[in-house]
Write a protein that binds this ligand. Structure first.
Ligand SMILES: Cc1cc2nc3c(=O)[nH]c(=O)nc-3n(C[C@H](O)[C@H](O)[C@H](O)COP(=O)(O)OP(=O)(O)OC[C@H]3O[C@@H](n4cnc5c(N)ncnc54)[C@H](O)[C@@H]3O)c2cc1C
Length: 409
């Protein structure tokens, strides 16, 4: 059993926890020490069939941290977005709304990255950084704070301490629970099915979102003639589809996919995920802050969950680095409140928008379809509003932390 003083402890080594560890290790004043505790072994090769749509703002953060140059070759820019709204058995899925997804000439609003590539790049960078001490596989859920520090006991018996503990331990956060923070939320009666398809025609960087009665069906471009599928389906129907053999699964997928990209075939494993809406009632407690899915979980229909988590990373890193430079206590209530003010309303707002869109589109009501199609048609004819939506999804609006603007701290 050892006492190990660190400057910050992070519980959870998913994308959000690792990115925060790297941001602090690289950008906080010299000598800053980070403890990163993760329940999974560091290079676990977790089976993850997903790819993530990373916003232009997240790309800027990864660039400042020196990660983007390792990912760029595998990143597929999303150059255009098309939206359709039709019943499941429609022979055609006509284009209702289309966007050029560029922030400025030649700067895409988002990029697709396969989760396995992002995980590998982050794991290597974190491993190689001497200021990060990794405890994995390890679990942190017992901690106590006093006026100066928080002391945590790891499942393996180690005791570690720091002025601040960050909960990056995902949507079932045990740290959040131990701190007594409740959530507003519910589970959707839907499953998120993901897989990868290959197609005979090129996608030309186009992402397509078919709004179907059971939920959105997204076709997101990957390198080569491949696309990542994020398919929201009713729970029972989704479970039955997951049980089908390859031919049966492909037949269900083809019914929803449409004919835009020619012949399709499966090009990766399938996985399904339960879907939740969840926002923590507070993002902070005594010497504890919540980031990523521990703080908020959103419907994946607009591919924003991780991007919102990266906004937490950027805002918290900026708060911590500025306080450290001024010689202030990074775990003091005034610092935690600054982070909470920056992030809680913004995250709750985004989660509510995703929830509203899912409710508006995931039904088979003909009058409602007519009404929303009229709305989408109007948006399609409003270039200024479309430009605003692209900038919003790219993470370029509101009080944007410096790292998301591509600036160092
Ligand atoms: C189908 C689907 C598609 C999605 N697509 C997108 C997309 O296109 N774009 C996007 O931005 N987002 C997307 N998301 C959301 C995104 O995947 C999540 O928001 C993101 O992965 C959350 O990362 P995290 O690090 O906060 O949490 P997690 O990835 O859940 O990581 C939590 C980590 O904490 C560890 N842990 C748990 N408990 C403990 C403990 N007690 N002690 C130590 N470690 C612990 C776990 O082992 C894990 O490593 C999607 C989600 C789904 C379900």
């Amino acid at each position: 059993m050892q006492d190990r003083p660190h400057d910050v402890m992070i519980a959870g080594g998913g994308f959000v926890g690792r990115t925060l560890a790297l941001a602090l290790a690289k950008l906080a004043p010299q000598g800053f020490r980070v403890a990163l505790v993760d329940a999974e072994p560091p290079h676990n090769g977790i089976a993850d069939a997903r790819a993530s749509a990373l916003s232009a703002a997240t790309k800027k953060l990864l660039s400042v941290l020196g990660l983007w140059n390792q990912l760029a070759a595998e990143a597929q820019p999303i150059l255009a977005i098309e939206i359709t709204d039709s019943p499941l058995n429609a022979g055609l899925r006509p284009h209702l709304l289309g966007f050029d997804n560029e922030m400025t000439e030649g700067e895409p609003g988002a990029y697709m990255i396969e989760n396995s590539d992002l995980r590998r790049a982050l794991a290597t960078a974190v491993d190689e950084h001497p200021a990060i001490e990794i405890y994995a596989p390890e679990s942190l859920s017992v901690f106590n704070s006093d006026a100066f520090r928080v002391v945590a006991r790891l499942a393996g018996g180690d005791r570690i301490e720091a002025p601040l503990l960050v909960a990056a331990d995902g949507k079932r956060s045990r740290l959040r629970e131990r701190a007594g923070i409740k959530c507003v939320g519910w589970s959707y009666p839907q499953l998120g099915i993901v897989t990868t398809v290959a197609h005979s025609k090129p996608h030309e960087g186009r992402a397509v979102q078919h709004f179907l009665p059971a939920g959105p069906f997204a076709i997101l471009p990957l390198k080569g003639n491949r696309s990542s599928i994020v398919w929201t389906e009713g729970k029972e129907c989704g479970a039955a589809i997951m049980e089908k053999d390859e031919a049966g699964f492909l037949a269900e997928l083809s019914t929803r996919f449409g004919h835009r990209f020619g012949e399709i075939s499966l090009a990766g494993p399938r996985q399904s995920f339960p879907l939740d809406f969840q926002v923590a009632r507070s993002f902070v407690a005594d010497r504890l802050v919540l980031v990523g899915d521990a703080a908020h979980v959103v419907h994946p229909l607009a591919g924003q969950g991780l991007n919102i988590g990266m906004r937490d990373v950027a805002a918290l890193a900026e708060t911590i680095v500025e306080a450290t430079r001024l010689g202030l206590d990074i775990g003091a209530p005034i610092q935690l409140e600054r982070y909470q003010r920056w992030r809680r309303f913004d995250s709750a707002f985004s989660a509510t928008i995703m929830d509203g869109l899912n409710r508006l589109f995931a039904n088979d009501s003909a009058p409602l379809r007519a009404l929303r199609d009229l709305g989408l048609g109007l948006v399609d004819r409003a270039p200024v509003f479309k430009r605003f939506l692209v900038r919003e999804a790219a993470g370029a609006t509101g009080n944007v932390p410096r790292l998301l603007r591509g600036e160092s701290l």
